[in-house]
Design a protein around this ligand. Structure first.
Ligand code: ADP
Ligand code: GN1
Ligand code: MG
Length: 369
């Protein structure tokens, strides 16, 4: 187990309202931020599984606010799902409370832990296996926004301030290049130039927001394919997970982050860049699913800007990976040296490919309305 022993996890587990003893534990999933474990609990009526996670409090400065958002949003979704005749135990996350009734447990070292009921017979995919699965993920993320369209966005905490403020991220990136704390800037001049040459991409949405031309909505903000659970039997997208970054945001960014990750022909950390491109077939599939899921809630301007959302999110993510590489890999989990550098290169390859396919992307969106 990465940083924790079985005994440590067992000690944490004792602080949650589980009705059984922990009989098995293993690290779980491929997230870049939190530490996730799958626990098996022995119960009288048979074993049950739960997810136990340590929230990364370097990334989320106020984990208690993250949990407050999650409790409020999942309660709201639970109600909506019931009204629509769905199953709230499978179609939204369900928090298992701590022994003291709180939504999290704070350990002696200041670690924040939370637990969810494990959604069985469903899978999170790291890469698209069939276009239908990608359609389902698109529909689910669109539907998520649709269900939350009337939720009072202003009551949500901004769990990471300026999370998708690409203009602010550009300024932070320039600072990281100037400071060059690891002495790595000289070897990545080409990548740095790629970012600096595209300041207009960084500014685009911020300027539209300044001019009040875009609505702020309740968005997910981390719409990777592996943040959707797909039912193993029906192959339907059943549950949107990883709700840490649910806060007011832009519809195009939720669309765009999914394209960046799921419409790529290669993994996010592929070293062979000749394998990396934006698959327009998958782009079309996602566009259809997302618009159908949103159910007519997006404005004309938002729809027109969907390709821009794909470009902005891919560019921003590449810039974040590169900034983290320059700063000594302090944010994203890495599994090899230069992992963040490899990741940033795939993102920039995708941005360049989108630029080459720009007109086709606009035409696809126009066709899907
Ligand atoms: P991170 O923020 O690190 O990406 P996630 O909340 O996405 O963390 O969890 C990591 C992985 O754990 C997910 O990709 C998924 O495979 C699994 N997971 C998380 N919550 C659940 C759940 N309630 N049921 C089943 N699997 C889950
Ligand atoms: C992180 O937590 P995870 O792995 O779903 C990151 C996203 C990035 C993504 C890149 C809170 O997502 O913003 O797009 O890695 N989440 C946070 O893969 O920073
Ligand atoms: Mg995740």
């Amino acid at each position: 187990m990465a940083e924790f022993t079985k005994a440590q996890i067992e000690a944490v587990a004792k602080n949650f309202q589980y009705d059984g003893e922990m009989v098995d534990v293993r690290p779980y999933g491929n997230g870049h931020i939190n530490d996730t474990f799958l626990l098996e609990l022995q119960m009288e009526q048979g074993n049950r599984k739960v997810i136990l996670q340590q929230i990364n409090h370097h990334v989320f400065a106020k984990p208690e606010e993250v949990m407050e958002n999650i409790m409020n949003v999942t309660r709201y979704l639970n109600q909506k799902i019931r009204e629509n005749g769905g199953d709230p135990w499978r179609e939204t996350l369900n928090v298992v409370p701590a022994v003291d009734g709180k939504a999290y447990y704070l350990d002696e070292e200041g670690g924040f832990w939370r637990s969810y009921i494990f959604i069985t017979d469903a899978t999170c995919y790291d890469q698209v296996e069939t276009p239908q699965d990608f359609y389902e993920s698109a529909y689910s993320f669109g539907k998520f926004q649709n269900l939350l369209a009337e939720y009072p966005a202003e009551t949500l905490h901004e769990t990471i301030v300026g999370f998708h403020d690409t203009r602010a991220r550009f300024a932070a990136f320039k600072k990281a290049v100037e400071e060059d704390v690891m002495g790595r800037a000289a070897e990545v001049q080409e990548e740095i130039r790629f970012v600096l040459e595209r300041e207009d991409v960084a500014n685009c949405f911020a300027e539209l927001l300044d001019r009040k031309e875009l609505p702020l909505r309740v968005t997910h903000n981390d719409t990777k394919l592996n943040n959707i659970m797909i039912d193993n039997k029906t192959r339907k997208g059943i549950c949107v997970i990883d709700l840490d970054t649910v806060m007011p945001g832009l519809a195009m960014n939720d669309f765009g982050d999914s394209i960046r990750f799921g419409a790529s022909t290669a993994a996010e950390d592929e070293k062979d860049l000749s394998r990396v491109s934006c698959d327009l077939g998958l782009f079309e599939t996602y566009t259809k699913g997302f618009l159908e899921g949103c159910g007519g809630k997006l404005t004309k301007k938002e729809i027109e800007l969907l390709p821009m959302g794909a470009k902005v999110m891919t560019y921003e993510c590449g810039m974040r990976f590169l900034a983290d590489y320059l700063q000594g890999d302090v944010y994203f989990k890495i599994h090899r040296p230069e992992h963040n550098l490899d990741r940033c290169r795939t993102q920039f390859k995708l941005v360049a490919d989108m630029e080459a396919k720009w007109e086709a992307m606009q035409e696809i969106v126009a066709k899907c309305i």
